[in-house]
Design a protein around this ligand. Structure first.
Ligand code: BMA
Length: 330
């Protein structure tokens, strides 16, 4: 098959990567850890909290032994202390692992969304915790669905989330999936589903997209990240696997405040494209940017946390006004 090489993509100029990147990697964990990435971050009970995916195996070997979710705290969002043991792991005859956590604080309680690989498909989970020791799992979706992120407050009286079902059959067996919205009276029963962003609307994607970090509230609406994939079959070995033909970028969009399934603005270029060595050259799967945490500070700066190369956790910052300016057109 003939293939055209994918164009080079650049991050937006108003984005600044934290010079100390990565903010967290396997060497920071006091227990077995090989890849630490795709974290969820929130401000909770007076400090920053991060839950992160930890894939455990041998460095350089693309087969892993198990996955758990670790916990770290920070006073400034930059320097993190990993807690002595992982905080969450789901395993049973049916469930193989939970991963890719995202955090949202609603009414003083911390909610964690996560993906679950099961023997019968990938499910999206919602759990709640007050201490990161005990979690109550509130719901697990029907397969195949993941990348769930909760809005930080009720919308029109209901809890709300963005999610990414994967309708393989309905999309002609192509990996071409979209961002959706659902709501719930109690975080257990979900419905009211609406399409938010079709992958075809993202100029720098030619395959699936999915929600990134939980949305933040701004004066113009809900600002939120997503990840986008472009596949180039001519890409060969990019990391530890014989072939890795995907590139993941972080995207940015603005959703209507009252009807968040309506996209009010979309940044036409990637918010974060893989450029740095720890994003594009080193690690398990190179050229992967996977945003999972977004924190708005009082001074208008926004911290965006993202997994890089499925290997480490990184941070970039931008001012909320600059981010909103990027989302002027649909
Ligand atoms: C997606 C998910 C993410 C991962 C990404 C790149 O399908 O599995 O957890 O970061 O692929 O490998």
């Amino acid at each position: 098959m003939e293939s055209k090489s994918a164009p080079e993509l650049r991050s937006v100029p108003c984005l600044t990567r934290y010079p100390g990147n990565p903010v967290l990697s396997a060497k920071d964990a006091p227990y077995p850890a090989t890849l630490i990435f795709n974290a969820g971050v929130a401000k909770f009970q007076g400090r920053y909290v991060m839950v992160f995916r930890n894939d455990v195996g041998r460095w350089g070997d693309p087969h892993f032994d198990y996955t758990n979710i670790g916990l770290a705290y920070s006073n400034d969002g930059l320097h993190w202390e990993v807690q002595p043991k992982p905080c969450f792991q789901l395993e049973s005859d049916e469930i193989r692992r939970a991963y890719d956590p995202r955090l949202t604080v609603i009414d003083g309680r911390c909610y964690m969304c996560f993906a679950v690989d099961t023997n019968h498909g990938v499910r999206g989970g919602v759990a709640v915790t007050d201490d990161f020791d005990r979690f109550e799992v509130l719901s697990l979706s029907a397969p195949d669905n993941r990348n769930m992120v909760l809005f930080p407050e009720r919308i029109n009286g209901r809890f709300a989330r963005l999610e990414r079902p994967f309708p393989v059959y309905g999309r002609g067996w192509n990996e071409y999936f979209d961002v959706w919205y659902s709501d719930s009276p109690d975080l257990r029963y979900w419905g009211g589903t609406e399409l938010v962003l079709g992958a075809e609307r993202v100029p720098f994607a030619n395959a699936k997209i999915g929600p990134g970090a939980p949305p933040i509230k701004t004066r113009k609406g809900w600002l939120t990240t997503f990840h986008s994939v472009d596949i180039d079959p001519s890409r060969g070995q990019n990391g530890w696997e014989p072939t890795w033909t995907k590139r993941y970028c972080g995207g940015l969009m603005l959703l209507d405040m009252e009807r968040p399934w309506i996209v009010k603005g979309l940044c036409r270029t990637p918010l974060i494209a893989p450029e740095m060595p720890y994003e594009a050259k080193e690690g398990f799967r190179t050229n992967v940017i996977f945003p999972g945490g977004m924190i708005q500070e009082d001074d208008g700066s926004v911290k965006i946390y993202y997994g890089a190369a499925d290997t480490v956790e990184c941070l970039a910052t931008a001012h909320v006004d600059d981010l909103l300016a990027l989302c002027e057109e649909v």
